[in-house]
Design a protein around this ligand. Structure first.
Ligand code: C5P
Length: 232
């Protein structure tokens, strides 16, 4: 699997994201577009960024009945995204339907990744709010295994979980890991973080990096530092 750094473009307008991408003259980073930008600007923003030559991870975390997810995925597949995602909590049947919807008539499709338990959900919230009484690590690995069973390509997980996901689901199962910070950088609101070099060592396939790049004084230099540490 091709190791790469994905920049989380958590901007709220087209102008802000385009001003940011204009800084990159020599490279075309893989970018993540999330709900904020997608809901603000609509599908056109995906096409515009794609037309500039960037790969796109469309992070919309679909979770609905299988038929609805299948039809929504067919629409996203036509946008030409390279990677997108669903909640594994939607069940194996929903994930299978998502793959069906994403697959184009020629048999190709974007990578499909599952979210297991969000990092904002801790053991207490899972037990009390969701009535899931198993240990959270076990639940995360079970959801990852379900994603693999449904034919998905990988999961979003913390860099700390990447090794265990590979051990459970195989080395070809992709791990996409946020929560990355430079050794000398601000942690911000992320609780458990790793440097790009540590994420590489533990076997992450893609790292998702937002503010360490987007809020840096020199975002291009910060991006290059990430690539150097992670891809080498
Ligand atoms: O700015 P920062 O590097 O913290 O951005 C990380 C990105 O990864 C954000 O877009 C955030 O929503 C996303 N993410 C995360 N933790 C997860 C899943 C996604 O930080 N468990």
């Amino acid at each position: 699997m091709g190791k790469d750094v994905i920049i989380a473009c958590d901007f709220s307008s087209k102008k802000a994201v385009m001003d940011f991408l204009d800084l990159f003259k020599d490279e075309k980073p893989f970018v993540k577009i999330g709900m904020e930008l997608f809901y603000a600007e609509g599908p056109a923003i995906v096409k515009e960024i794609k037309d500039r030559g960037h790969k796109i991870f469309l992070d919309l975390k679909l979770h609905d009945i299988p038929n609805t997810v299948k039809k929504a995925m067919a629409v996203l597949s036509n946008l030409g995204v390279d990677m997108t995602n669903v909640h594994a909590g939607g069940t194996v049947a929903m994930m299978e339907a998502a793959i069906e919807g994403l697959t184009k008539p020629d048999g190709t499709r974007p990578l499909l990744i599952a979210v297991t338990q969000l990092t904002s959900t801790n053991q207490e919230r899972m037990t009390e709010d969701l009535l899931i009484e198993k240990p959270i690590d076990e639940v995360v690995m079970h959801y990852a295994a379900n994603a693999a069973k449904a034919g998905l390509d990988g999961v979003v997980c913390s860099p700390l979980e990447a090794g265990k996901v590979h051990a459970t689901c195989g080395n070809g199962f992709v791990t996409v890991t946020p929560g990355v910070r430079f050794a000398d950088g601000d942690i911000g609101d992320q609780a458990r973080v790793m440097t790009p070099a540590q994420a590489k060592e533990i076997g992450s396939d893609y790292i998702v990096v937002g503010r360490p790049i987007t809020a840096a004084q020199d975002p291009v230099a910060a991006y290059r530092r990430c690539v150097n540490e992670f891809v080498g």
